[in-house]
Design a protein around this ligand. Sequence first.
Ligand code: SF4
Length: 354
Amino acid sequence: MQLLAWYDQNKRPLPWRLDQASLRDPYRTWISEVMLQQTLIPVVIPAYQRFLDKFPDVFTLSQATEDDLRPVVKGLGYYRRFGMLHKSAKIIAAASAPGKPLWPENQEGWKALPGIGEYTSAAISSIAFGIPVPVIDGNVERVLCRLADIRKAPNLPELKPQYRRMLTKMLGNPVATARPGDFNQAMMELGQRVCTPKNPDCDACPVSSECTSRKAKSQHLAPAPKIRPAYEEVRLQMIIGLRPGLDGTREVALFRRGSKSRFLKGSRGFWFSEAWDLPIGTQNVGAFRHSITKHKITADVQILEMKATTKKSCRISKWTKESPDWVPAGAVEDELISNLDVKAWRLVTRRFQL
Ligand code: SF4
């Protein structure tokens, strides 16, 4: 199969591909696939190594605390996935004998774990276990659209069965059947590097002889532009509570966001609300823009200075009806994990010496 021959010669030397052992190691494959969800490869590479140094196997990960995990995944965004990864590690470790991880046996088993969907379960099953299931991402969709000259938006749900049929047929080739993980990675890499959205390099393409768009010279028409989700504008009020610390510095109020929080569930950070009523005494620091999935957020940052207070008389607790953790100002940035909070904090520290 030309595609796999091309992949063997051209695949990028990514750390999760560096040797055959890591290629088929379920733990490493799982970690890399979770990190690659919504995050670019250059950002993932150092984080992946950091993660494996700290948590070399599913058992160390299952015993980690959130404080252990936070600095390791900082900067990757979409932090809920790491909370679910942690939960999954606990589930797998609990079902395993000491030192012998009992991995899910098939794609359905992986899908049953928190935070693992169709794409990730197919990637892990094919790469780590050699199960011939197709992986479909945006790059693969584009390649398939060009192979079959499909001139529609590639993310139309109605096209999924067709993609699946095409890939299943390709995976039926004995060379691909023997290496389904490599086949899937080859398709993704072909889309990333050769069959690019603009100016595909058809002369270097290993599947050009089978490409209908190339024959029809319609690469610029297949696929049509993607259907983009409608963006929603959101205005948030972020409140940063401050009180004097023991040694004359300040302490800062951080809250745990619960499962009902509209954004960043489970993370720890500053209080935010979509309501405009604010505690008396807040001082506006400024605003910034930030995107979370399809939400375009304008965040107004307010600080609320308090005297040394007990929990009962703490104005921010009274107003939010929740008790914060008080963290020394100098340690706040290490405690924050989401870029929304980091941006708010930097806005404050640019203006005030804390
Ligand atoms: S021949 Fe060109 S358009 Fe067709 S799959 Fe290859 S790179 Fe894409």
